[in-house]
Design a protein around this ligand. Structure first.
Ligand SMILES: C[S@@+](CC[C@H](N)C(=O)[O-])C[C@H]1O[C@@H](n2cnc3c(N)ncnc32)[C@H](O)[C@@H]1O
Length: 245
């Protein structure tokens, strides 16, 4: 799994900014439901988990990458038993007890490149919520792939390592590709690793249909962006979805 190659090197400024932007969008909801149990689906290194825990909620983070979870556990240690992490596959999630809210931040849904996997992810989210529970996630839009992925190369330098991302966009397959070179900082210098990340564009009609089919009673979409300087751009780059069980 490509995120095992990232681990702490994931924590680059833009990734932190996405989690912070997402938190601004959901913090009211989380605070209103504290100290209830909320889920951070695809929690990665726990950037959002930590912010959610600050609202007084109990938080459970789930991710398939053990390397990402190691960083998340370190980050959230100070919250003790109020924050828990588990290795798990979002395509077949069985959590108990049911949560008051579930969040999937930073285009987690685009990581599922097959429609059947998006459907399975939504069924997992529905199962993990109590009646009235809310599921919020962001999805990349076409403008994002055409503008931020097509032929773009990014260089990030961070405390735990550096990251080069060579991105591209295939409109016929609705597929974005990011070839990543990770320079993970360790006690004996840098370890170089390569990974390829693929993300698919899912249109709003498909996501709405799959959410309702999974059992959600409502699914609302709003144009959205996590970036504080997005006003300078021609469009926002994402849709923020709110679905109610
Ligand atoms: C872009 S990162 C987002 C991390 C975190 N939500 C954040 O905002 O920083 C996507 C995360 O989804 C996780 N992921 C991808 N597919 C998954 C699956 N099938 N089950 C669980 N986690 C998965 C990856 O391991 C990765 O940590």
């Amino acid at each position: 799994m490509h995120y095992d190659h990232l681990g702490a090197a994931y924590d680059q400024a833009p990734h932190v900014e996405v989690a912070e932007g997402f938190f601004r969008a959901v913090r009211g909801l989380a605070r209103a439901r504290a100290p209830g149990l909320v889920l951070d689906l695809g929690c990665g290194t726990g950037l959002l988990t930590e912010l959610l825990a600050g609202t007084g909620c109990r938080v459970r983070g789930v991710d398939i990458s053990r390397a990402m979870l190691r960083v998340a556990r370190r980050r959230c240690r100070r919250f003790g038993a109020r924050v828990r992490f588990a290795a798990g596959d979002l395509l077949d999630l069985r959590t108990a007890p049911p949560a008051v809210a579930a969040f999937a931040c930073a285009d987690v849904v685009n990581h599922f490149t097959a429609e059947k996997d998006v459907a399975a992810f939504f069924r997992s989210a529905w199962r993990s919520l109590e009646p009235g529970g809310v599921f919020v996630f962001d999805a990349l839009n076409r403008w994002c792939f055409e503008t931020y992925w097509k032929g773009q190369t990014y260089y990030f330098e961070g405390k735990s390592g550096d990251l080069v991302m060579e991105c591209d966009w295939d409109p016929a397959r609705r597929l974005g590709t990011a070839g990543m070179v990770v320079y993970a900082r360790g006690p004996r210098g840098y370890a170089k690793r390569r990974a390829v990340l693929r993300e698919r564009l899912h249109d709003d009609a498909t996501l709405r249909r799959l959410l309702l089919r999974a059992g959600f009673s409502r699914a609302d979409a709003a144009p959205w962006s996590p970036w504080t300087d997005q006003r300078e751009e021609a469009s926002v780059d994402r849709t923020l979805w709110t679905a109610v069980r």
